[in-house]
Ligand binder design. Structure first.
Ligand SMILES: Nc1ncnc2c1ncn2[C@@H]1O[C@H](COP(=O)(O)OP(=O)(O)O)[C@@H](O)[C@H]1O
Ligand SMILES: O=C(CO)[C@@H](O)[C@H](O)COP(=O)(O)O
Length: 457
């Protein structure tokens, strides 16, 4: 049996799966936590990767590996390849003003959408570089290369062979704000606009190019976590994935690059040579964590409580902008509770309002994507919640399909590694179990009340 490994170095943790390259059968797996926070020493990702690999039984019998990781994170390296400062993550909003400046300087949102497929908000790497240049000019000057979490981990696995050897892929490059999915090339002018100079950027590999070797293990290009998830679920035309992790994402595959001047849809590339229009919210599974904490219950009990309250929670609405928000672009917003009355001030109503509020943000994302889905696939840690599964069809107004709970980002990375080994035109077709279907009566009032409440924030 030939084995491949897939890594998901995401916001909260690192997960490793080891699968049979031919059938895709899961052989072993491991996981390790990342520290909390929106800036982090990349060394923690490396340590967590080592621990997760060890828990997964090591790599000595593995033929190829790929890394999927959280998108956008700014990893600055000096001439020797040392880390200049802690990485600023996708959910760090300190560069919101820098984003506004950059949008204005290039001539407005449409100019950015045309140039790189996305209108930068604080999540995009380009805005973090501008923040660095303005607030930490010494660190900016020492930055000889800039890369992303998956680029850095792949490079470390290859033995950190000098900053000119760093590689990335189309998917992750498309989240920087200085690489165009439409033309497939960097925009050094935008990098210079942000930073005042142009550090080394990773070479962009094709979907099945080799990124190097970690000892005997062949390294596939890797990609951003959402692109890896698309590979992991076997995303096909007509599908929309709703992923409820630290971020909430809604995405579909497309044959052409997208350019949304409203900024709601990011025009990413995918990991197969196609495109991945995507809407991302900052507040997803952690809204459930926060609600459970506030009620003093575990996640399962939170779900049970949510299902005890009626749709709409008798008028109680939670707008869950707990970390500010990215879509809509409200980096300084906070969460708020609306419609609180004696009759709905119960733990069950609050739990329901938390689940519904989080899902309403994602339903708005689905509308913004502008795709009439044939199938909605619900994945990510939050999709393990029975309440989320049951309530999602009421909020989305359509049935949802929930694939067997799993690590779809790590699985997609493993599939990319198997693709590299196989050398075929398309990724290997691994058998997947039948997703479970959830149906319920649509509850349009829930979204209407949410929209009213969110408009006041
Ligand atoms: N049974 C469950 N019910 C609700 N949420 C869950 C459950 N299990 C895990 N989660 C949520 O999953 C989240 C982590 O999801 P994950 O997709 O691994 O995130 P990330 O990839 O961003 O690190 C946690 O914040 C937690 O709230
Ligand atoms: O910023 C985005 C997408 O543009 C996020 O989806 C990050 O890629 C983080 O993902 P998770 O850790 O939540 O999976």
């Amino acid at each position: 049996m030939t084995l491949v490994a897939g890594v998901d170095s995401s916001t909260q943790s690192c997960k490793v799966v080891i699968r049979d390259a031919e059938s895709g059968a899961l052989v072993r797996e491991g996981r390790a936590s990342h520290p909390d926070g929106t800036e982090i020493d990349p060394g923690h990702w490396w340590d967590a990767l080592q621990r997760a690999v060890e828990q997964a039984g090591g790599l000595s019998d593995v033929a190829a590996l790929a890394v999927g990781a959280q998108q956008h994170g700014m990893v600055c390296l000096d001439e020797q390849g040392g880390v200049v400062r802690d990485a600023l993550l996708w959910n760090d909003t300190r560069s919101a003003r820098a984003a506004e400046e950059l949008v204005t300087e290039l001539g407005g949102p449409r100019a950015w959408a045309e140039a790189v497929g996305s209108v930068p908000v604080a999540s995009f790497t380009v805005t973090k570089l501008r923040w660095l240049a303005e607030h930490e000019p010494d660190n900016a000057a020492r930055t000889a290369a800039v890369c992303l979490p998956h680029d850095w981990l792949t490079w470390r696995l290859a033995g950190a062979p000098g900053i000119n050897a760093i590689t990335t892929d189309r998917g992750d490059a498309s989240g920087t704000g200085y690489w165009s999915p439409g033309t497939g090339s960097y925009r050094p002018d935008l990098l210079k606009l942000a930073m005042g100079h142009t550090p080394v950027v990773p070479r962009v590999l094709g979907p099945t190019a080799e990124a190097g070797r970690a000892g005997d293990v062949l390294l596939a290009p890797g990609t951003g976590d959402n692109m890896a998830a698309a590979l992991g679920v076997g995303l096909r035309p007509g599908d929309v994935v709703v992923s409820i992790g630290t971020s909430g994402t809604v995405f579909a595959c497309a044959g052409e690059a997208s350019h949304d001047p409203s900024g709601a849809v990011a025009g990413f590339a995918d990991a197969t040579g196609r495109f991945l229009p995507l809407v991302c919210t900052l507040n997803a599974a952690r809204v459930l964590d926060a609600a459970a904490r506030m009620l003093g219950v575990g996640l399962d009990e939170l779900g049970e409580l949510a299902l005890q309250a009626p749709p709409g929670a008798d008028g109680l609405v939670l707008v869950p902008y707990l970390e500010g928000e990215r879509t809509p672009n409200k980096p300084d917003a906070t969460g708020s509770v609306h419609g609180l009355r004696l009759a709905n001030s119960t733990p069950a109503h609050f739990a329901r309002a938390a689940v519904e509020g989080m899902l309403c943000g994602l339903a708005d994302g689905l509308d913004a994507l502008g795709v009439e889905p044939e199938r909605i696939l619900l994945i990510g840690g939050g999709a393990r919640s029975q309440a989320v599964r049951a309530i999602a069809p009421t909020v989305f107004g359509r049935p949802v399909l929930v694939p067997e709970p799993g690590e779809y980002v790590a699985d997609g990375a493993a599939r990319q590694a198997a693709w590299l080994l196989g050398g075929t035109a398309e990724p290997p077709s691994w058998q997947a179990g039948e997703p479970r279907r959830y149906e319920a009566d649509p509850a349009p009032d829930v979204r209407a009340r949410y929209a009213e409440a969110a408009a006041t924030v």
